[in-house]
Design a protein around this ligand. Structure first.
Ligand code: DGY
Length: 315
C-alpha cells in the first residue's frame, strides 16, 4: 500500500477511509507543521494529502523526497501550492471541486447579508445589552431589487447567484456562460463594467496571478458610492490597504470577508471598521462537506496511483 502523509487531522470517517485506502501517517495532535517538518515527515512517503494551511512553495517542493508523486490538496483552492514547481518535479497536484460548492455559497450569502444588514454591530449590541430600538437604529442596506455583481461565475458563483435571485445579477467571468447557466444574469466582459453596476460584489474567482489584488486603489473607484464588497474566495484577490482606505472614506459602505491575506492574522485596519463582517474561513465548514472533501482528496490519490492520472489534477 502507498504511504501517504496527511498533514492535518481529518474527521474520523475520512481517517477510517484513509486507513482502508493506503498507509496513512496521521497528524494526531493536528499540529500546524512547518515547511521543514512537512519535508522531514514526507521522507519515505509516496504522496502528501495537504491542506490550505500548508505553504507548498517552490523552496519546499524542491526539497521533497523523490518518492513523492502527488500532492492532493484538501481544498478546491490551490493557491498554497506552487503548481509549476510541482510539475517540474513530476508531482501531480489535485484539488476537491464541486463537493464544497453548496456550503461555500451559503457562506457567500451570509457575508452579503451580514455586511449589508450590519450584523457585526447588531451582534455586539445584543451581547452588550441596553440597546434601544428606534426607527433609525442600525439601518442597513436592503438587498431585494439591488444589483449583485459576481466576480467569477464558476460553480460557487452560480450557486450564490441562484440563492440571491431577488437581486439583479451581473457577472464577469473569463468566458460568457451559456444562457442556461446564466439564468438571466447579465455578462460583463471586463471588471470595470461589472464593478460600476455592483451595489454588492461577491468575489468567487480563484486566486491566480491575474486576480491577485484585483480589488485595489484604482478598481475600488469603479464601484458606485456606498457599494458593499464580499469575498468568499481567497484573500490574495484584495489589496487590504486600498479596501480599508475606501471603507474609511465611505466610498465602500461595508465589507464581508470569509478569507483574507495572512490568515489567521487579520489586517488591524479592518478591526476599527464597524461595518466589517468577518469570518474565520468557514466556507466549507459543515461536517458533510468536510467529509466529502477529504474523501475526494483520498480518492484522488487512489485514482492517481491506480491509473497514472486523476480527473481533478490541476497541473
Ligand atoms: C477551499 O476548499 O478552497 C475552501 O476555501 C476551504 O474552505
Amino acid at each position: 500500500m502507498k504511504k501517504i502523509l496527511i498533514t492535518r487531522k481529518l474527521i474520523k470517517e475520512s481517517e477510517d477511509k484513509a486507513v482502508k485506502t493506503f498507509t496513512p501517517i496521521f497528524n494526531t495532535n493536528d499540529e500546524l507543521y512547518s515547511q521543514k517538518k512537512v519535508i522531514e515527515m514526507s521522507n519515505g512517503c509516496d504522496g502528501i494529502l495537504s491542506s490550505l494551511t500548508d505553504k507548498m512553495d517552490k523552496q519546499t517542493i524542491d526539497k521533497l523526497p523523490d518518492t513523492i508523486k502527488i500532492i492532493s490538496n484538501f481544498a478546491v483552492g490551490f493557491g498554497n501550492i506552487d503548481l509549476e514547481a510541482a510539475k517540474s518535479r513530476g508531482i501531480a497536484v489535485t484539488n476537491t471541486p464541486e463537493v464544497l460548492s453548496d456550503a461555500t455559497a451559503e457562506i457567500g450569502i451570509l457575508l452579503i447579508l451580514g455586511a449589508c444588514r450590519r450584523a457585526a454591530e447588531g451582534i455586539q449590541s445584543a451581547q452588550e445589552g441596553g440597546w434601544k430600538w428606534s426607527a433609525d437604529y442600525l439601518i442597513g442596506k436592503q438587498l431585494t431589487g439591488t444589483r449583485l455583481g459576481v466576480l467569477g461565475m464558476g460553480r460557487i458563483g452560480q450557486k450564490i447567484a441562484k440563492i440571491a435571485r431577488s437581486m439583479i445579477i451581473h457577472y464577469h467571468n473569463r468566458s460568457k456562460l451559456s444562457e442556461e447557466k446564466e439564468q438571466g444574469a447579465v455578462y460583463h466582459k471586463d471588471i470595470k463594467s461589472l464593478f460600476s453596476v455592483s451595489d454588492v460584489l461577491s468575489i468567487c474567482c480563484p486566486a491566480t496571478k491575474e486576480t491577485e489584488n484585483m480589488i485595489n486603489k484604482e478598481t475600488v473607484e469603479y464601484f458606485p458610492k456606498g457599494a458593499v464588497i464580499t469575498n468568499v474566495a481567497r484573500g490574495d484577490i484584495v489589496d487590504d490597504e486600498a479596501l480599508i482606505d475606501a471603507l474609511n472614506r465611505r466610498k465602500i459602505y461595508a465589507v464581508g470577508l470569509d478569507v483574507y491575506k495572512n490568515e489567521p492574522n487579520l489586517n488591524p485596519g479592518y478591526s476599527k471598521i464597524k461595518s466589517a463582517f468577518i469570518l474565520p474561513h468557514l466556507g466549507s465548514a459543515t461536517k458533510d462537506t468536510r467529509i466529502a472533501m477529504a474523501n475526494l482528496a483520498i480518492d484522488n490519490i487512489d485514482e492517481f496511483f491506480k491509473t497514472g492520472n486523476c480527473k481533478n489534477k490541476v497541473n
